[in-house]
Design a protein around this ligand. Structure first.
Ligand SMILES: C[S@@+](CC[C@H](N)C(=O)[O-])C[C@H]1O[C@@H](n2cnc3c(N)ncnc32)[C@H](O)[C@@H]1O
Length: 281
């Protein structure tokens, strides 16, 4: 950890009991620069003093590390591959093997945009009741899970949705749009920290065995050893032919950990059998 980040990490651990040592150095450097500008501190030394004296600033700094930006159908290539190839493939093989449930975990769902996007796609395939979907959506942030459960968005947040999807799955209420109950009911939302040592997957899912795990736009905030910890957890909870979906900018990270991209640039990965880096299960 760089010296300036280490100083801040020590202050926050001592005064706020918050450990920021998992975060990537350059992410922390950017946070420091932003907080220095916002709080009009013209040197790092001045900022350290200020941080030590101000509980409010410490909370602001910690809040600045929680990046919750998301979009519906974020990463259009990934969603196109999911829609045209991956989901039809999963449903075909379930039917062929006389299985009736597709299990999905959206592991950093923010305010629900990713999860509702998946739920819309799945429902568009479900033209009969032969296959059921179980979607688990988790995030470490209670605030984000509350937003997600409410499922109320401003029109500007829905710009990537087709008119069809907007009318099929949302109800206009004043200036906002609410997700229809029939879509919401299919998702089990709960708070869950991917670094939780006691629980490996959302407790409501009981045993994992997911066909798809979404862990998108989160890995790059963490140091390599913590990225590995998350990927290891995910690997253990994917079904035999299960797939991991990440953010486009995280492809390199995932490939370094022996996941194989199923279609070029799709950010959708499988674990190659026989060449796993991790031996424990
Ligand atoms: C930038 S958002 C990405 C949301 C969505 N997956 C997407 O791709 O648009 C990152 C989310 O990861 C969550 N997050 C960060 N660290 C986490 C952890 N250790 N466990 C669970 N969620 C975490 C944050 O609360 C935030 O909602």
């Amino acid at each position: 950890m760089k010296k300036n980040n280490k100083t801040i990490a020590n202050i926050l651990l001592q005064l706020e009991d918050v450990d920021i040592s998992k975060y990537d150095d350059s992410f922390l450097e950017n946070a420091l620069k932003k907080r220095m500008t916002e709080s009009h501190c013209n040197s790092e030394m001045v900022y350290y003093d200020y941080l030590q004296q101000s509980h409010i600033e410490a909370q602001e700094y910690i809040r600045s590390l929680s990046v919750c930006y998301s979009e519906f159908f974020r990463n259009s290539l990934t969603f196109a591959v999911l829609e045209r190839i991956v989901l039809p493939g999963i449903i075909f093989s379930k039917k062929k093997n006389n299985q009736h449930e597709v299990r999905i975990w959206s592991a950093a769902c923010a305010a629900g945009q990713e999860t509702y996007s998946i739920a819309m796609l799945l429902n568009e395939f479900a033209n009969n009741n032969e296959i059921k979907f179980r979607i688990f959506a988790t995030d470490q942030s209670e605030e984000q899970i509350e937003y997600a459960q409410k499922g109320v968005y401003k029109f500007s947040e829905l710009s990537y949705l087709s008119v069809n999807r907007l009318t099929n799955w949302f109800t206009k209420e004043g200036d906002s749009y609410s997700v229809k109950p029939e879509l919401k009911e299919q998702i089990e939302f709960s708070t869950f920290d991917l670094f939780n040592k006691d629980l490996s997957s959302p407790p409501t899912s009981i045993f994992g065995d997911f066909d798809l795990i979404f862990c998108a736009n989160l890995l790059f905030y963490y140091k390599p050893e913590f990225q590995e910890e998350i990927l290891k957890k995910i690997k253990n909870y994917l079904s035999k032919d299960g797939l991991l979906v990440t953010g486009e900018t995280e492809r390199e990270i995932v490939m370094q950990h022996h996941f194989k991209e199923v279609y070029p640039s799709s950010a959708i990965f499988k674990i190659p059998s026989g060449s796993l880096k991790w031996s424990d299960g």
